[in-house]
Design a protein around this ligand. Sequence first.
Ligand code: HEC
Length: 132
Amino acid sequence: MTVSKYLGLLLISLALLFSGCNKKADEDASINQDPRAKGFDYNFTKTNVVRVVSGDAIYNRRCINCHGPQGTRSALNRSKIIGGWDTQKIIVALRGYKHDQGGQFKGTMKNMIIDLDDEEIQAVAKTISSFK
Ligand code: HEC
């Protein structure tokens, strides 16, 4: 399971936990709402789970291998050098790949970003844009 899916599950569990602060509903649905019933065993009372989207982390985990440090490499000898590109230009390119638009290697790029949501795409675009 990837970290993001794991985090998603955690957030969903949290949402379930806090959605029914209404006591009656809590009692009715206590079995479904108890995360332990699903095999989880977290201490929700002491933990604040906050979603933190880091463009740097995404770039270093997913993009650097092909596009190089600071976006200085031509990925697979196909891509343009993207370091320092305008943020909007990168966002447009990434959204395009999501919808099967791009060059010969658009399929490769689609796989790289298909599960990134808009917030994550904006964050990684900002990071690449900051490479100047
Ligand atoms: C497996 C290697 C690989 C990885 C990993 C990869 N890319 Fe790419 N990227 C490519 C290739 C190849 C292209 C050219 C695709 C095409 O033909 O349109 C490309 C193109 C791009 C472009 C458009 C540049 C152009 O040439 O038009 C952007 C922006 C981009 N990638 C961003 C990213 C981001 C952000 C990540 C990480 C989330 C990433 N890439 C991960 C290989 C990769």
